[in-house]
Design a protein. Structure first.
Length: 142
């Protein structure tokens, strides 16, 4: 049940696009409250916590070079962020210098192959590929 609700709420927040991008965590919380029939209490401050994660970037680049022989994916990977939504749920955002949606989707597929099912203490819901200006190019479930 947690997977259906948690994953569904995270996906709905992502699908809301620009309206929710400033605080996807608040959207997820609202969805959880609605599904759980909890009282509506809009948050007084943003809930989403976005943190740079250079370790993930380094690990991905090493893997792409070593395992895939894919120096292009390693070269085009920019910053990596973990974006805490609510509780243990988070998204992963990766910036690239790609401009086309097709290249971003190929990159997302490569990154998703690298990502393993062990999310640690939380649950990674979605991968968001961003361009150099932090605009969304592609998304993929993790």
């Amino acid at each position: 049940m947690r997977e259906v609700v948690g994953g569904g709420c995270a996906r709905r927040a992502l699908d809301a696009g620009a309206k929710a991008d400033q605080d996807r965590g608040a959207w997820v919380k609202g969805c959880h409250d609605g599904v759980g029939d909890a009282p509506r209490h809009p948050p007084a401050h943003p809930l989403t916590k976005r943190e740079a994660n250079p370790r993930l970037l380094g690990d991905f680049r090493d893997w792409a070079r070593r395992t895939e022989g894919d120096t292009a994916a390693a070269r085009h990977a920019g910053r990596v962020f973990t974006v805490e939504l609510t509780g243990p749920d988070y998204d992963v955002e990766v910036s690239t210098d790609y401009r086309s949606r097709a290249k971003a989707e190929e990159f997302a597929a490569t990154f998703a192959r690298w990502w393993d099912a062990d999310d640690g203490p939380g649950v990674a819901r979605n991968l968001v590929i961003l361009d150099a200006r932090d605009r969304r190019l592609a998304t993929r479930r993790l």
